[in-house]
Each structure stands twice: as structure tokens, then as C-alpha cells.
Design a binder for this molecule. Structure first.
Ligand SMILES: Cc1cc2nc3c(=O)[nH]c(=O)nc-3n(C[C@H](O)[C@H](O)[C@H](O)COP(=O)(O)OP(=O)(O)OC[C@H]3O[C@@H](n4cnc5c(N)ncnc54)[C@H](O)[C@@H]3O)c2cc1C
Length: 431
């Protein structure tokens, strides 16, 4: 096991993590930035195999290099304690000590089960976009996008640009909610322009409100999707179905560290410090609010972790402004109760361990269901089925012990043996 030490360790290389790492490093701190992808950028600036194509992404990645942030890419943090995190990399296990820690682990899509959702070519909307960015050819493919939230529009625009035929976007929210959200974004001309540009770029796709998937149909792979639209059922032929029922925060590491969670999000003070001293959190784990909010929170966390609280205050205004968008999104894209009724008795809830909904339903808590059925014990470690169970059954789903991701047995054995190989000269600080 390799052991490294830094003043500030940032987990997550999306907008929030990049901003936090750069800010702390520019204050003279030795900073490590860990991300489980091969390249920095997080979800919005994911660039597949090439350099990031957005100007903003390039700005932050280049600034990261200039600020001498030590980037540890392909590092999946699966365990965290009050003094160090453990990450698995291709080069083996790394234990990384910190004086200050910033969690910028982002969010993931919420998937909800419905008949046929495990058919090949049914996937997350953002997941489909990520595959396309990684080289999946989508030109000429008929694609249905369904679920809720602005991500559907962003994905539709991206796929259309790359030659896909996006047949329709099924948004579960009704027009009045969307209209209220539209009015709220008018206070942010940049956001309103962005939304209009996305819709223009995906203008070939029909935009259906109060619509959601009730079944994916097909033998070997998805061939069509049955949609409920304004109370009527209709079938739409497709090659891919991308579904995402808005975003849910990645709070597993924060939970493991004992940080207080409020209404599903990591609670922080005005300096983005969690209920655990020296542990900060920025970006989507504290609220789903888009890239600008993530960057503002990252800047504040970076300054605060570097001990520069006065300087952090300059970003309070912009954070407050963009938090209004987060609130508007929250109320506009609330999930309707009908979605909790889509899974049938034999619909798989846990797709890693093949556990149907009826087996899980018999229990009265996530813990009991897990112990008796093995749901949540597969490769996703409950990220998909646990989050779905929370919505369908109203259960508390907690992550409070490692590993938060599956890891090699060799890594766990190495942790146990305490067989360490010190890397010197990385950090001058007494950490
Ligand atoms: C699938 C998906 C696609 C999206 N696509 C778009 C889009 O096209 N346009 C748009 O405007 N918004 C998009 N968003 C929303 C966008 O993510 C946010 O607006 C914003 O960029 C969030 O920034 P962040 O830094 O908080 O998190 P993220 O950008 O999510 O960055 C978090 C990073 O942390 C990494 N990470 C998490 N846990 C660990 C761990 N334990 N160890 C190591 N690394 C870890 C993640 O892999 C990720 O790279 C998308 C969101 C998702 C979930």
C-alpha cells in the first residue's frame, strides 16, 4: 500500500472539486485531487478519451495544472476516516492522509424500476450520453428519453448533435410546474438562454409533459416503450431508451464520516464545512443546483479548507443566487406518486442480485430486506436499488461502513496487514 500525505485532499474532479482544489492550491497548500475517472471534468465536462471540449472545462483543468494540484485519476475512494481516505487505483491501494478534506462527489441519476427496465439498451439518460461521449455510435438511432429534469434536455441536445433521432422526451412533470420553473429561470438570463438553446438543438424531438414510461418492450433488446401520456397509453418504437428521474446526491462517503444529512443532502455551514470539523462538502451532495452553484461552493470550500475564511466570503453572494435555482428545480421536478406504482411483483428491483420487487416488499426496512434477500449487495452496492427503494417504499437507506464501492480482496487484505510503502516529499506539512 502506498501512503501519501497532503494538506488538503479533494474527492471528485467535477466543477466543485476542480474549483476547490485550485483555490486551496493557489493559497499555497499541497493539494491532491482524486477522481475515479481517467480524466477530470465530472459529469457535465466528461470528455471521454479526448481533451475537454468546453472552454470552461479547459480553463479549470489548465488552472489545476498551473496550481500544481496533484491529480490522482482513476482513483476510487471506497473508505474514509477522520485522517485519511483509501482509494483503489490501477497501481494498487493508496492511503491518502489529509489535514482538510473536501468531498465533491457529485450526484447520480435516479432510476426507477418498471417492467422491462433491465432489457439491453434501456439505460440512464446521462449514462447513454456518457457512452456516446466514450464512442458509442448513436447516429441514426431512434432514442426515447424519459424521466424528469433539465438533464433530459441536455442529453437530447447532445445526442441530436451527434446524429441520433431523438423521437420524444417524456417529462413526468406537468406544464404548470414547468412554467413555474421557466419563470424562475428568467431571473438568470444565462440559464434561460441555455435552456432555449438546448431545446432548439433538440427541436426534432417531441416534448411531452405529464408523460412517463410504463414498460420497455422487446425480446433481445428494447424495441419500443409504452408511455403513459395524459392518462392515455401509447407505444413508441426505439433503439435506445434513456431514463433518469432527476439526480440524487452521492452522500456515501459523507455518511461514512458521520456528517449530518438533512433531507437527503449533506448539511454544511456557511463555509461548506460539514458537521465534522475539517471536512467540507461542495457541489451536488449539498443540493442539486447545476454547475455554477457547484463551482461557487467549491471556491468557498477551497478557501475555507486552506484557512482563508475571509476570502471565501466573496463567493457567498453568487452561491445564494444560484441556490434559488436549486430550490426552483426541487419543486418543479418533484416525482409524482404514480411512478411508485410502476414496478410489478416480478419486476427486478435489485438488478445486480436479481431480486424481484415482491421479495423486497415483504420486509419493513432496507436493512431487513438486504439481510434476507441480498438486495443492494451487488456491484452497485445499493446505489440503484437502494435509492429506488427509498422512493418506492419510503425506507431510510444508509451507507455507514466501507467499502462504498466494490474493491479487490487484495486491497482489503493490504489494508488489514498495514503493509505500507511511504511516499516522501509529497507534503511538507506535519500530517
Ligand atoms: C450522469 C449525469 C450527466 C450529467 N450531464 C450533464 C450535462 O450534460 N449538462 C449539464 O448541464 N449537467 C449535467 N449533469 C449535472 C451536473 O453533474 C451538475 O450540474 C454539476 O456539474 C455537478 O458538479 P459537481 O462537481 O458537483 O459533481 P460531478 O460533476 O458529478 O463530479 C463529481 C465527480 O466525483 C467523482 N466521484 C464520486 N465519488 C467518488 C469516489 N468515491 N471516489 C472518486 N471519485 C468519485 C465522480 O465520478 C465525478 O467525476 C449531469 C449529471 C449526471 C449525474
Amino acid at each position: 500500500m502506498k501512503q501519501l500525505a497532503f494538506d488538503v485532499v479533494v474527492v471528485g474532479g467535477g466543477p466543485a472539486g476542480l474549483a476547490a482544489a485550485v483555490t486551496a492550491a493557489e493559497q499555497g497548500k499541497h493539494v491532491a485531487l482524486l477522481d475515479d475517472n481517467a480524466r477530470l471534468g465530472g459529469q457535465i465536462w466528461r470528455s471521454g478519451t479526448s481533451a475537454p471540449d468546453s472552454r470552461e472545462a479547459r480553463y479549470w483543468v489548465e488552472r489545476t495544472a498551473r496550481a500544481n494540484v496533484q491529480v490522482i485519476a482513476g482513483a476510487r475512494v471506497f473508505s474514509a476516516g477522520s485522517e485519511c481516505v483509501e482509494a483503489e487505483t490501477d497501481a494498487g491501494l493508496q492511503q491518502i492522509r489529509f489535514a482538510g478534506l473536501v468531498l465533491a462527489t457529485g450526484a447520480r441519476e435516479l432510476f426507477l424500476p418498471f417492467p422491462g427496465w433491465t432489457l439491453p439498451n434501456v439505460m440512464g439518460a446521462g449514462g447513454l450520453q456518457a457512452l456516446a461521449k466514450g464512442g458509442l455510435p448513436v447516429a441514426g438511432k431512434r432514442i426515447v428519453l424519459a424521466g424528469t429534469g433539465p438533464l433530459l434536455l441536455a442529453v437530447a441536445a447532445y445526442l441530436s448533435k451527434h446524429g441520433a433521432e431523438v423521437v420524444c422526451i417524456c417529462e413526468q412533470a406537468a406544464w404548470p410546474s414547468l412554467a413555474a420553473f421557466g419563470l424562475a429561470t428568467l431571473r438568470f438570463p444565462g440559464k434561460a438562454r441555455e435552456a432555449m438553446a438546448l431545446r432548439y438543438r433538440s427541436r426534432g424531438a417531441k416534448y411531452w409533459t405529464a408523460s412517463w414510461p410504463i414498460a420497455a418492450l422487446g425480446k433481445e433488446r428494447v424495441e419500443a416503450v409504452a408511455i403513459s401520456r395524459n392518462g392515455q397509453e401509447r407505444e413508441v418504437a426505439c433503439d435506445y431508451l434513456g431514463c433518469g428521474f432527476h439526480l440524487i446526491p452521492n452522500t456515501e462517503l459523507a455518511q461514512m464520516l458521520g456528517c449530518r444529512i438533512e433531507e437527503g443532502f449533506v448539511a454544511t455551514n456557511e463555509f461548506q464545512e460539514t458537521s465534522q470539523r475539517g471536512i467540507y462538502c461542495a457541489g451536488e451532495p449539498t443540493g442539486i443546483g447545476g454547475m455554477e452553484l457547484s463551482v461557487a461552493e467549491g471556491r468557498i470550500a477551497g478557501y475555507a479548507a486552506a484557512g482563508e475564511r475571509e476570502k471565501a466570503k466573496q463567493f457567498f453572494g453568487v452561491r445564494a443566487r444560484y441556490r434559488k435555482i436549486a430550490q426552483a428545480m426541487r419543486s418543479a421536478f418533484q416525482l409524482r406518486p404514480e411512478l411508485a406504482k410502476l414496478a410489478k411483483a416480478d419486476t427486478l428491483l435489485c438488478r445486480c442480485e436479481d431480486v424481484p420487487f415482491e421479495r423486497v416488499q415483504k420486509y419493513d426496512s432496507w436493512k431487513a430486506a438486504k439481510l434476507h434477500t441480498r438486495c443492494g449487495m451487488g456491484p452497485c452496492q445499493g446505489r440503484v436499488c437502494g435509492s429506488a427503494a427509498k422512493f418506492l417504499l419510503g425506507w431510510d437507506v444508509e451507507w455507514n461502513r466501507p467499502p462504498v464501492f466494490p474493491v479487490r480482496c487484495a486491497s482489503l487484505a493490504e489494508m488489514e496487514s498495514g503493509n505500507t510503502e511511504w511516499e516522501t516529499g509529497i507534503c511538507e506539512a506535519d500530517c
